[in-house]
Design a protein around this ligand. Structure first.
Ligand SMILES: NC(=O)c1ccc[n+]([C@@H]2O[C@H](COP(=O)([O-])OP(=O)(O)OC[C@H]3O[C@@H](n4cnc5c(N)ncnc54)[C@H](O)[C@@H]3O)[C@@H](O)[C@H]2O)c1
Ligand SMILES: O=C(O)C(=O)C[C@@H](O)[C@H](O)[C@H](O)COP(=O)(O)O
Ligand SMILES: [Zn+2]
Length: 361
């Protein structure tokens, strides 16, 4: 059965979730679309082929653009190659880009769609857990620089997102676990049932064949949809808006940069979540048990919760370029309790160091 989560706001669209929803793609592409560019990861070339076959029509040209795998796709060079490819294909404003793959592919496809002719439509077909629960939804698109993660990008909501849960069967276990970091993040910021479902049977949560896979996806998507509908462009206001989705990412992105994007995003976020919980605890905001629950649940699904001690000065410096920072003020998403996130601005250096000591090994 297809479940549909509507993402409201200035440009509403549906996220369609279920086994086999990919078959619905052709009904979402209007006849007026004469050219379709399918940007896909090499691991899901067969999915891209199916999409191309399904969209074939008289007077329509469907082109496949294979991407470098993983974070290697999120570069200026890849984007520039694709811009050249779209130019050669004569891609116009009524044409369509489809992003197929994990979050790296949907981030890049969204970015190319946002920038080509200053914006053409994109439909996202995420094929990993991180892609389905987070990356393909909400219109945050972007590429990395040596200086930091996702530093260049645009807010460009998709026209539709198709999460075909059947496609998860081939995702390597470590990549699937990395996606669980975003699911667990979502549980801590807004939906404790997610945490309960994972904790009840962590081994089952680690596989797409588990009994709660669809429920975990739908719950995570519902939280993200509500946040994005209220604050697409991550404006700072008196209420905590989209920044809440960045829980665990301040240190996480610094780790990714230090690892030159060879660590999985979800692995880095997992360490970042444990750090953020420790930060809240040392700032006197969060109780010990909830902080400890972060490490326990992340470890239970096989995610890392520690990082080398000697990395701290480099990580501390890298965090200064986090998008939530303002001037020289570091701003972290922290919890006062499960489902009660807030911003902690400019924490005392001693508090930061004490929090890092808890993830250091
Ligand atoms: N824009 C956002 O809001 C947002 C949210 C979360 C994450 N992200 C970004 O998403 C990226 C992480 O996404 P990810 O974890 O999906 O990683 P990824 O895109 O690198 O994919 C992980 C691996 O899985 C492979 N793969 C994808 N689908 C597969 C399938 N069905 N079967 C077999 N292999 C498959 C990929 O080829 C890759 O090797 C990061 O760049 C992160 O910054 C963005
Ligand atoms: O959608 C959002 O907003 C998020 O912050 C979701 C994050 O999981 C995601 O990794 C995002 O790309 C991070 O955004 P950034 O603005 O810190 O680059
Ligand atoms: Zn993330």
């Amino acid at each position: 059965m297809t479940q549909v989560v509507r993402v409201g706001g200035e440009a509403p669209y549906d996220v369609r979730i279920g086994r086999g929803v990919l078959a619905e793609l052709d009904t979402l592409v209007p006849a007026v679309v004469r050219r379709v560019a399918v940007l896909h990861q090499p691991t899901v070339a067969s999915v891209a082929d199916r999409i191309a076959a399904g969209l074939a029509a008289p007077n329509r040209e469907v082109s496949l653009f294979p991407l470098p795998d993983g974070e290697a796709a999120k570069t200026v060079a890849t984007a520039a190659n694709l811009w050249d490819g779209l130019a050669s294909a004569g891609f116009t404003r009524t044409d369509l880009i489809i992003g197929v793959g994990g979050g790296a592919a949907t981030d890049l496809a969204g970015f190319v769609a946002a920038t080509w002719l200053r914006g053409v439509d994109v439909v996202q077909v995420p094929t990993t857990l991180a892609g389905m629960v987070d990356a393909a939804i909400g219109g945050k698109t972007g590429i990395n620089l040596d200086a930091g993660k996702n530093l260049v990008g645009a807010f460009h909501p998709p026209r539709a997102v198709l999460c075909d849960v059947g496609l998860l069967a081939t995702v390597p276990p470590a990549d699937y676990a990395a996606g669980l970091a975003e699911v667990i993040k979502t549980g801590f910021i807004a939906d404790p049932v997610i945490l309960e479902l994972v904790e009840a049977d962590p081994a089952a949560a680690r596989t797409p064949a588990g009994p709660h896979t669809e429920e975990l996806i739908v719950r995570s998507v519902a939280v993200k949809a509500a946040v994005v509908a209220a604050d697409l462009r991550e404006r700072i206001g008196t209420q905590l808006g989209r920044e809440v989705l960045n829980y665990g990412h301040t240190l996480g992105h610094a780790i990714e940069r230090r690892e030159q994007y060879r660590w999985r995003h979800g692995d880095a976020v997992a360490v970042g979540l444990v750090f953020a919980a420790a930060l809240a605890r040392h700032a006197g905001l969060l109780d010990d048990a909830t902080a400890e629950r972060h490490r326990r649940i992340l470890s239970a699904v096989g995610l890392p919760t520690r990082y080398p001690k000697e990395a701290w000065p480099e990580l501390r410096a890298a965090m200064a370029i986090d998008k939530k920072a303002r001037g020289s003020t570091l701003r972290f998403v922290v919890l006062e309790a499960i489902g009660r996130p807030r911003i902690l601005a400019d924490p005392d250096p001693a508090v930061l160091e004490a929090a890092y000591a808890e993830v250091a090994e």
